[in-house]
Every structure is written in structure tokens, then in C-alpha cells.
Design a protein around this ligand. Sequence first.
Ligand SMILES: [Zn+2]
Length: 383
Amino acid sequence: MKTIKLYDLDSMLSEFECTVLSCEQCDRNYKIVLDKTAFFPEGGGQTCDTGAIGNTNVIDVQEIDGEIYHFTDKPLNVGQTYTAHLNFEQRFDKMQNHSGEHIVSGIISNKFGYQNVGFHLSDSVVTCDFDGTLTRADLDEIELLANKVVWSNVKLNTYYPDAEQLKNISYRSKLEFESNLRLVEIEGVDTCACCAPHVKTTGQIGAIKLLQHEKNKSGVRIYLKCGMRAIADYQNKYNNVAEISALLCAKQDETAQGVNALLQEKEKLKYEITGLKRQIIDFKLQTCETTDGNIYIIDKDLSTDDMRYFANNMVTRCNVFGVFCAKENGFSYICASGQTNMREFGKSLNAALNGKGGGSDKMIQGSVICDKEQIEKFFSGKY
Ligand SMILES: [Zn+2]
């Protein structure tokens, strides 16, 4: 049974009449073969079309050993003719992005000699992989050239050339085709072997936007959005920038500078706060006694660096010095000594105060789950 591929004949066809040739149950779905179909099966990096045949939903379409199978949620009568509909907005969106990709890949091949070695088109993301590297400046130039092709509104022709015709055509291809090669020609721009449906003229693509790029093996992966997706992306980013612009009281095209100034200001304030906190710690250090016994301090809002600064300055002024910083559900701590083995001290501290942590013979660090009174009891030797 060979299904006639209506999507090959007219890519803009969204509704068609078809007769069911076979219907088999498989797992929870039904597997249906039609005499003709406008549903494009998954292939060539593009996901399949969805829609309905009569009142059954087409969930998946796959080409297996040359046969096109429509997977539906309900069975259909063999021999009966039905009206079928594609989710055409979804199909048109994929055609805009796939045709846009051909233009971009054609330009990159002509201008840089790099080949498209990977293509993925899902309902949300389009990526193209090339076997050479490109800079952001290159991408901006390619994007402009690609959009000029859109504005020229040139025709896309799809056809199956015979062996004789093929000898005189140069085309891009990822695979070696032996027979049934289908070419997609964008007049004057690109010819590429491809099985998917495409827009009829480049004007239908609307817009081509190249987004981020990243290293991929020895080449580059480019993310792109065309047509409706490019507009939705622009709307989303416009709203985002407008909000940042209002928050910063900066012009929309100067938001990056505004954020940079804010980050620098934040760093300056962080530096000032650190200095002020050190002054407070130095003041507290002055009030600490010097003793042969152990000393502990309980504080709050101390960084690990602050706690270490405390410990380093107190270690010569007592036997064991401990600094505890209040946090949710207990305290973090650093304890140090020039005389006592802190590993051993840490074991009894953790056991007594429900703690965990460790370190060197001279300094330990960790956290405890207990209250102030328990810390006081531990340091006064009552455990
Ligand atoms: Zn293609």
C-alpha cells in the first residue's frame, strides 16, 4: 500500500478527503494507513503533524519501511472515506522554521564552506549544527543576509529529479541517497535534499532571528527562531527589557549599562559592609579577656571569613576559642586552639551538641543543632 503524499504536492493543504486502507489496534492506540495523506510523518529532524481524521485524533505519524502510519486514539472503518484536518498553525510554524533553516544553512555553506551536520526542530526549539566555528559578528551578518532572502520573497520548489537531471545539480545533503531523492530549491539561494514540507515563498517565513550559539564538537550549534516564534520571542524580550528599563530608570537600549552600574555599586557596598563588620569584630576582640581557660562567643550574621578572623585573633589568648553564629535551626561554628587537639575536642563537641563537622588538629568547623544554654553548659565543662 503506497499512500499518496499530499504534503509533497501542496504544503499549504490543511484539509483533505481520505479513505482508510487498514486499521489495526496497537497497545492503547490504533495504527491507520490511508490512501492519501497531508500528515507529514516524523523525519529529517522534524516532528510529525497532528490533527484529526473524522472525529478521531491523530497523535503520532511515522513512516516505517516506506509505509505511513497514523496513530489515533479511536479506530476508523476500513474502506470508509473521512475528512481529515491538520493542526495547521503548528504545521505552518514548523514550515516557517524549517525553510528558514535551509536559508541560513545555504548562506553558511556558500559564504563559509561549513556544512549543516545536525538539525533538530521541535515545537519549541530549533538548533542547527555546523562543522566550523562562527562569531556573533558572523551570525549578525548571516541573519541580515537571510532576512534579505525573506524580503525578496523568492519561490521554493520541491521536486524528485531523475538520475540524468541530478548530474547537473549541485545540492547540500547529509545522507547518500540512492533513489527517491527529493530536492528543496530556494531560487538563487540554496538547493538541499529534504523530505519535509516547506513554505511556498520565502516571504511566508516572515522573519529569521539567530539566537545564542555554543561550541559543539569542533563546530558550532546555533539556536534560531523564525516567523511566529521570532515575533513571540521579540514580544517576550521586549516586555522583559521594558520592565528592567522602568526599574532602572534607564533607556531600553541602555539597560545593560544600567545593570552593570548596579552590580558595581553592589560590590562597593559589599566591600564597605565587610570593612564595617571587621571594625565591630575588632571592637569585640578588645573586650575579650585573656585566659588559660576556654572562651566562646555567640553572634549572628557572621560569614565564614568573619568567624575565621575571630578565631585567628583569639587563639593565642585562651586554650580553646569557639565562635558560634546563629542560623536557622542551630548554629554554625569554628573552634581553634594552639594547645588542645581540636579533632578530639570536635568529637566531644559534636556528640554533646548534636553537631557535625571536623577539620585539622588546630581548627574545626561545622554546625550544631542545640540552644545557647547547651553551648554554655558544654564550655563550662558540665557535659
Ligand atoms: Zn530540510
